[in-house]
Write a protein that binds this ligand. Structure first.
Ligand SMILES: Cc1cc2nc3c(=O)[nH]c(=O)nc-3n(C[C@H](O)[C@H](O)[C@H](O)COP(=O)(O)OP(=O)(O)OC[C@H]3O[C@@H](n4cnc5c(N)ncnc54)[C@H](O)[C@@H]3O)c2cc1C
Ligand SMILES: *[C@@H]1O[C@H](CO)[C@@H](O)[C@H](O)[C@H]1NC(C)=O
Ligand SMILES: *[C@@H]1O[C@H](CO)[C@@H](O)[C@H](O)[C@H]1NC(C)=O
Ligand SMILES: *[C@@H]1O[C@H](CO)[C@@H](O)[C@H](O)[C@H]1NC(C)=O
Length: 602
């Protein structure tokens, strides 16, 4: 048995080494642009909407009767008026739809999709007052460029630039900072135009213009897309500045205390934690004077296009390790991504080509975000390379959970997670394999659905099976961590990430939820912009949890019965090990062994 396991381990490790070499060789190749989220079988009728991953957490297919692609505000108003007059369900889709939850689905079967893909122009730049107005479908990539070309900077944003301004606002997207107004994009909004349903006398749709001081802006800044369609957004920018970035890897023994101060020490600081390796990668990232020499560039490796063959091989290896590998093999393989990224300085260079040493100093618009895998010219449908998560390729497939813990509670939460890790460090290798847990700072907001306190956001990415209801190795530990964050420490789930159960009861954690719902009822009394999912998440009707056999394996529920796990495969509903109020699917072979297969005893 041990011999077989050894052989397995070596084989798997060799494959991973091969794969990493392959990735190094091909990561500069051109890319195919991402797939269209909206696809219709008859012209613009009989449509489906999906996310860029090709699958929502509940794995259902979202259908819509038809789709429209307005390219002016006038056309947008007409589209909303048509839906409103017919009282048909409607939702906005964006050019790439990067949210994991089912936010973009209109619900029912005869809904309409309004795509913002053609609403991507610059409306106005007011350099003197540093104001930029853009249409809502503009990608972060283009927004950053337009601002940079005008000598202006959006000080904070997500790290991935394939998102639209409308989508970022809808989900409260952010980077990392506690300084100034903080890291959430919506903090920089000083005005927007939103198209909402209206009575027949007003032509069934109206444009509402919201400015600073209008309390409704606090609803519209983070809206989950349920108030109407945002047409244009005005952002208050800053004069273009430079940043100085250094990554420092340290052990994680004092990480719990460090996290309390890191956000005040560095304007753009974040921390990535590799729990199994016991390491923390601190990002020392500060604003410096524009006269500081340096033309650094952030072309993050994880957001570059990858050769399709490499993605297929990566997934095959991952499945082999997940299904038939040992903890030892999985943990060996898990060291490679972080080591490889560190060797390549995560994709940062001092001049756009070469890395000559930290700090990397560069202009804000070259450092704040990246995503070259969306840039490639179409390779004629050959799809030789693409973004890592491109749903047309059977490549890596994963869950991404993001939740924010209020800063004062962070040390205790992290200490609890470290206790859980110490009970069985190998169970955490799957997190190391996905570059660890990324921790970023987000400030308290006046937005009704924004963070009510200064917080630290934890992003956990991990393996997802293509087959529904397949148990994952050590899923119990991940589920305990999430339940601990959400329930014991009152964390808020990121609106654009997570699996269903994370949203159960989430709305009760927002002190201004009632104000938000008041605006929603006023703007859209018939609820045409609301779906089953948004009603469940906002606590209007029903629950986001789906209780059914195997539901806990997919994060659709928290188990309360063994049938919610996979008792026939040895997975039963059990209490957590550190947070004993948690209920997780844990492996038990009936002989006291808490690991999945005999080979795990190696
Ligand atoms: C690789 C990757 C990296 C990421 N990095 C980060 C990160 O660093 N920080 C972070 O916070 N998040 C991050 N995310 C998550 C991401 O922020 C959210 O999922 C994001 O906001 C989605 O933007 P989108 O343009 O794709 O919108 P979609 O997912 O298409 O839409 C989201 C919601 O907004 C609504 N909506 C969109 N436009 C409008 C509009 N004009 N009017 C009204 N409603 C609208 C849609 O109907 C939908 O309900 C990342 C996701 C991925 C895939
Ligand atoms: C969309 O579909 C609905 C229902 O089938 C129909 O009533 C409506 O006219 C269609 N709209 C467009 C623009 O095709
Ligand atoms: C808007 O989108 C179109 C089509 O995707 C693209 O060709 C164009 O460059 C974009 N415009 C801007 C200003 O980004
Ligand atoms: C794991 O092993 C089983 C039984 O030998 C086999 O059927 C399955 O294909 C293997 N999985 C992978 C991904 O190789």
């Amino acid at each position: 048995m041990v011999g077989v396991a050894m052989q397995m381990t070596q084989q798997a490790t060799m494959r991973v080494v091969f794969l990493v070499l392959l990735l190094l060789l091909v990561s500069l190749a051109g890319a195919s642009p991402p797939p269209e989220p909206v696809s219709c079988t008859r012209g613009t009728s009989d449509c489906t909407v999906t996310s860029t991953y090709g699958s929502f957490p509940d794995r259902t297919i979202c259908r819509a009767a038809n789709a429209t692609f307005p390219s002016t505000e006038q056309e947008l108003v007409a589209a909303v008026a048509a839906a409103s007059a017919a009282r048909r369900k409607v939702k906005v889709a964006t050019s790439h739809s990067h949210s994991f939850p089912k936010l973009a689905c209109p619900g029912g079967r005869d809904g309409t999709i309004i795509s913002t893909e053609r609403l991507n122009r610059t409306v106005a730049i007011d350099k003197a007052n540093r104001l930029l107005t853009v249409e809502s479908g503009m990608l972060l990539r283009d927004l950053i460029k337009v601002a940079g070309d005008a000598g202006l900077a959006l000080p904070h944003s997500p790290y991935w630039y394939g998102l639209t301004i409308g989508g970022m606002l809808a989900t409260g997207a952010h980077g990392s900072s506690l300084w100034g107004k903080g890291s959430a994009v919506h903090e920089y909004v000083v005005g927007l135009r939103i198209v909402t349903p209206a009575p027949a006398e007003q032509g069934f749709a109206v444009v509402r213009e919201l400015g600073v001081g209008d309390p409704d802006l606090d609803a519209a800044k983070v809206s989950l897309g349920v108030l109407g369609v945002i047409s244009q957004v005005t952002l208050e920018l800053q004069p273009l500045f430079k940043r100085s970035v250094t990554f420092v890897t340290r052990d994680d023994t004092d990480m719990a205390e460090q996290l309390s101060v890191w956000g005040s020490l560095h304007e753009f600081g974040d921390v990535a934690w590799l729990p199994r390796q016991g390491k923390a990668i601190y990002r020392e990232d500060d604003r410096v004077d524009v006269s500081t020499p340096g033309n650094g560039l952030n072309n993050y490796i994880g957001f570059r296009s990858q050769a399709t063959v490499a993605l297929l091989a990566a997934r095959a290896t991952e499945e082999l390790l997940e299904e038939n590998g040992t903890d030892v093999a999985r943990c060996l393989a898990a060291r490679l991504p972080a080591a490889t990224f560190e060797l390549q300085e995560y994709g940062f260079t001092n001049d756009g080509v070469f890395f000559t040493g930290y700090p990397v100093v560069g202009l804000q618009h070259r450092i704040q975000a990246s995503g070259t895998c969306i840039d490639g010219p179409d390779d004629g449908g050959l799809l030789l390379s693409a973004c890592t998560w491109d749903s047309r390729i059977r490549g890596p497939f994963f869950y991404q959970n993001g939740f924010s813990v209020a800063l004062p509670k962070v040390p205790a939460f992290v200490a609890d997670v470290q206790r859980l890790r110490d009970l069985n460090p190998r169970a955490f290798c799957g997190m190391d394999a996905k570059m660890g847990v990324l921790m970023r700072y987000v400030s308290a907001s006046s937005a009704y659905l924004g963070k009510s306190e200064d917080s630290l956001d934890f992003d956990v990415t991990y393996y997802r099976s293509y087959d529904e209801g397949t148990p994952r190795a050590h899923a119990d530990v991940y589920d305990e961590l999430e339940q601990m964050a959400l329930r014991k420490y009152g964390a808020l789930p990121h609106w654009g990430k997570n699996r269903n159960f994370a949203f159960d009861g989430a709305i009760a954690k927002y002190p201004k939820a009632a104000q938000f719902l008041e605006v929603k009822d006023r703007y859209d009394p018939d609820g045409i912009f609301s779906s089953e999912w948004s009603d469940q998440v906002l606590g209007v009707r029903g629950s986001p949890s789906v209780v059914a056999p195997g539901c806990a394996l997919e994060g659709l529920c928290v188990c309360s019965d063994d049938s919610h796990c996979a008792p026939d495969q040895g997975y039963f509903c059990r209490p957590g090990k550190v947070y004993t109020d948690a209920r997780v699917c844990a492996f038990d072979d009936g002989q006291g062994r808490a690991t999945r297969r005999p080979v795990d005893e190696l």
